[in-house]
Write a protein that binds this ligand. Structure first.
Ligand code: ADP
Length: 488
């Protein structure tokens, strides 16, 4: 009986396949690392052929000979990364340009100088930053002869990673779900398809773009040659939107924060088109029967990478987990404050040239104080985001956390204390993959709707409740605010 979901989770450093039962239990997983290409400083590329080959191999490994039990496929992916391929051959025309790639910074700066950002932000919810897909497409058209030739003869196809995987799996369906499409700078938040005016502004031919579709439903069928059956593809979402769904943030105001290398926060904004006065992003959370639910998003560039820095550069700790024990060994950080602006500051400050600060050092400041200040910095950064979200009309009711760093109980408690809200952590931490499983389970009719699927498939949670003394909290925030001025 077909009662399982195959999830393909095509991330930045690795791609994975997992099988989920209808109750959300993960039954099998296979993973393959992806080669990172760094042809020049600031450039990051992937080989789309490698992503397809390894994803397919992982899928075959977890399914084995038993494709008949797979009811549907759900895909979640690293967002914004652009693939250009030839519709005739089905092969990539160039290396994929990865979301982290900064090569279009000058182009973005010139568009900003020409005064386009206000209109772009109003329509797309995004800012003029190389992060998003549109300027990466334009770069390929301007610089890659194979992409130019394909554009001229009408065989060029552009897509993000979910679009590329669906094209390969289905043998020709060229679609992108609204959550991924909303990261392109080419989709108006209230427009069903890519926007002609925005395509013209960014110089991207609409004919090369995929059709924008729902995040769940019967979206395409897999060619039986790949997995042994024509399994329907019923769920598609960008990784952060997928994690938000996997965390069950399905009502207005519900918020998730993922603490991995960086930190990504999304708040459900319901049917209302988000607009930010605080340089947060508006994005599509999911789309059902053409109707969109939106989210407001903010990201901090540095989260777990600060802990890696303490371990690998400063040799202060032996493992990331050690920060917890060190933090518990003292009653406060002895006024040591860290502003983790090692790669500039993201939302809501957007200061690429800001740099990290360790302030308040005395002869009493040892490893423990610095490790504790590093964990405290997560709550401080998140508090800055919480203020911006509240000012944009999206106050947090409680916070659901995930990502590798969320395993740290001390940090989770500190978040609850500084934010003064309950912080919940699911026991099953793979919320990104779970979100794609939830979407596909609803898309294929295994569950009636997202709420039912999330209730059935989500794991138990651990709750951290605020208990910090108000004066301690106020003085912590005041010290951070002072150190932040130095980082600016
Ligand atoms: P990504 O998906 O971005 O690769 P992960 O979600 O796997 O990241 O999280 C890994 C990050 O979390 C690393 O940067 C690591 O330093 C940090 N991390 C992992 N475990 C802990 C812990 N117990 N305490 C603090 N930081 C941790």
């Amino acid at each position: 009986m077909a009662d399982c979901i195959l999830v393909l989770d095509a991330g930045t450093t690795s791609t994975r396949a997992m099988v989920f039962a209808g109750d959300g239990t993960m039954e099998a997983v296979a993973q393959a690392e992806l080669t990172q290409h760094y042809p020049r400083p600031g450039w990051v590329e992937h080989d789309a052929g490698e992503i397809w080959d390894k994803t397919l191999k992982c899928a075959r490994e977890v399914i084995g000979e038993d494709a008949a039990r797979i009811a549907a496929i759900g895909i979640t992916n690293q967002r914004e990364t652009v693939v250009a391929w030839d519709r005739n051959s089905g092969e990539p025309l160039a290396r994929a340009i990865v979301w982290q790639d900064r090569r279009t910074a000058d182009f973005c700066a010139s568009m900003k100088a020409d005064g386009h950002e206000v209109m772009v932000q109003k329509r797309t919810g995004l800012l003029l930053d190389p992060y998003f897909s549109g300027t990466k497409m334009r770069w390929m058209l301007d610089h890659d002869a194979a992409v130019q030739a394909a554009a001229q003869n009408g065989s060029l196809a552009f897509g993000t990673i979910e679009s590329w995987l669906v094209y390969k799996l289905s043998g020709g369906a060229h679609i992108s779900d609204a959550s991924n499409a909303s990261r392109s700078l080419l989709l108006s938040l209230d427009g069903a398809q890519f926007d002609g005016d925005l395509c013209e502004l960014f110089g991207v031919p609409p004919a090369a773009l995929p059709e924008v579709v729902d995040t769940h439903g019967r979206l395409a069928d897999c060619d039986p040659q790949w997995l042994g059956a024509a399994v329907p593809i019923c769920g598609l979402a960008g990784d952060q939107q997928s994690a938000t769904i996997g965390q069950g943030c399905l009502s207005f105001g519900e918020t998730k924060a993922t603490y991995g290398t960086g930190a990504f926060v999304l708040t459900n904004k319901g049917r209302e088109i988000p607009h930010s006065d605080n340089r947060l992003l508006g994005t599509v959370l999911y789309q059902e029967n053409g109707e969109r639910t939106y989210a407001i998003e903010g990201a901090c560039f540095v989260a777990g990478s600060l802990i890696q820095y303490l371990r690998d550069q400063l040799n202060l700790i032996g493992s990331a987990a050690e920060t917890e024990e060190l933090s518990r060994s003292i009653s406060d950080s002895g006024e040591v404050v860290i502003v983790p602006a090692l790669a500039g500051l993201g939302a809501p400050h957007w200061l690429p040239d800001a740099r990290g600060v360790i302030s308040g050092l005395s002869f009493a400041s040892g490893r423990a104080q610095i490790a504790r200040a590093a964990l405290e910095a997560m709550a401080h950064q998140t508090h800055d985001l919480a203020s911006a979200f509240a000012a944009d009309g999206a106050p947090w009711t409680h916070l659901r956390i995930d990502g590798g760093m969320s395993a740290n109980d001390w940090m989770a408690q500190d978040l609850a204390d500084i934010l003064e809200i309950e912080v919940e952590r699911p026991d099953f931490i793979e919320t990104t993959a779970l979100g794609a499983a939830i979407l596909a389970a609803v898309g294929c009719g295994l569950h009636a709707d997202l709420e039912t699927a999330a209730l059935t498939m989500r794991s138990e949670t651990t709750t951290f409740s605020p208990k910090m003394d108000g004066d301690v909290r106020t003085s912590r925030l005041a010290r951070y605010s002072k150190a932040l001025s130095a980082a600016r």
